[in-house]
Design a protein around this ligand. Structure first.
Ligand code: MBD
Ligand code: FE
Length: 283
């Protein structure tokens, strides 16, 4: 058996492959709209060159770096870390109900369906502090949404995601939890670790060349949905995490910070969070 290590190229290749598989490009975009957006984006780069007097050395460094982003499969990572937060804010600016934030590159649809109260799939010796995460899913009038789906995925205690880092069981720390007939959900899992985006690929190269850091605060990813309601894609963070105020992905919002308390048995932590879904269709 070969010993696999978590490389940027491997996790980037997985993220690129999953994107191709799961996110088919939907609506056609009109020539008018493509012209508007492409012209504006190119102009932003051209203005940067002109105003900053970019040299040929710098231009070639950019070219080499862009080629490497593709080779490392890091376009999903690059876009989700530096651009998606703005797309999410535009998309959900007028939506009622709970706040959302970015999906990021590591979502996989079709995780095991588990009735609440549920325990997420995990290894026998899964490391980490137990976390009981629970709450209620309602509509904007506070009425229960029985059978709502609380899809959750998160990194393990070492900061790795199943299906993107090697050697982790397929659905580890991923599940689709079905709320009970009063909209309550209860999920037993483990405290995720703060997450450092891969440092050995093109994105890591940019981060170190610019003197930035690669950290995201520890987080749970969620998609919460119910029939005839708008699906919410969100993340939840943990109070006193040192990266709440400097998330590399700019995806923290004050409404998304949990403050778990020790459980009665002293072995883990528990926290409640309610989701409010706006009327509408899934996406
Ligand atoms: C992550 O886990 C993540 O959530 C985002 C947005 C980017 C990279 C890794
Ligand atoms: Fe993440």
């Amino acid at each position: 058996m070969s010993v696999e290590t978590a490389t940027a190229a491997a996790s980037g290749a997985n993220a690129t492959e999953k994107f191709r598989l799961n996110k088919s490009v939907g609506a056609q975009v009109s020539a008018e709209r493509v012209n508007q957006l492409a012209s504006r984006a190119i102009k932003a780069l051209v203005d940067t060159v002109t105003e900053e007097k970019v040299t040929y050395d710098e231009y070639n460094a950019l070219k080499a770096w862009l080629i490497r982003v593709g080779e490392d499969g890091e376009w999903p990572l690059f876009l989700d870390v530096w651009i998606e937060h703005a797309v999410e804010e535009v998309a959900n600016a007028d939506r009622e109900g709970s706040k959302g934030t970015i999906e990021g590159p590591y979502y996989v649809p079709g995780s095991p369906v588990l009735q609440s109260p549920a325990t997420l799939p995990q290894r026998e010796d899964e490391a980490g502090t137990p976390l009981l995460f629970q709450g209620r899913v309602t509509n904007v009038n506070g009425e229960a949404l029985p059978g709502a789906h609380v899809e959750i995925w998160h990194a393990d205690d070492a900061g790795f995601y199943s299906q993107f880092a090697p050697g982790i069981p397929e659905w580890n720390l991923r599940g689709t939890v079905v709320a009970d007939d009063q909209g309550f959900y209860q999920i037993n899992t483990l405290q995720p670790a703060p997450y450092q985006i891969p440092t050995d690929g093109a994105c890591g190269q940019l981060i170190s060349a610019a003197g930035w850091h690669a950290w995201r605060p520890a987080h749970l990813h969620l998609k919460v949905s119910a029939p005839e309601h708008q699906l919410i894609t969100t993340q939840l963070y943990f109070t006193s995490d040192e990266h709440l105020s400097d998330d590399i992905a700019s995806a923290v919002k004050p409404e998304l910070i949990l403050d778990p308390k020790p459980t009665a048995d002293g072995k883990g932590r528990e926290v409640s969070y309610d989701f409010v879904l706006a009327p509408g269709t899934a996406e």
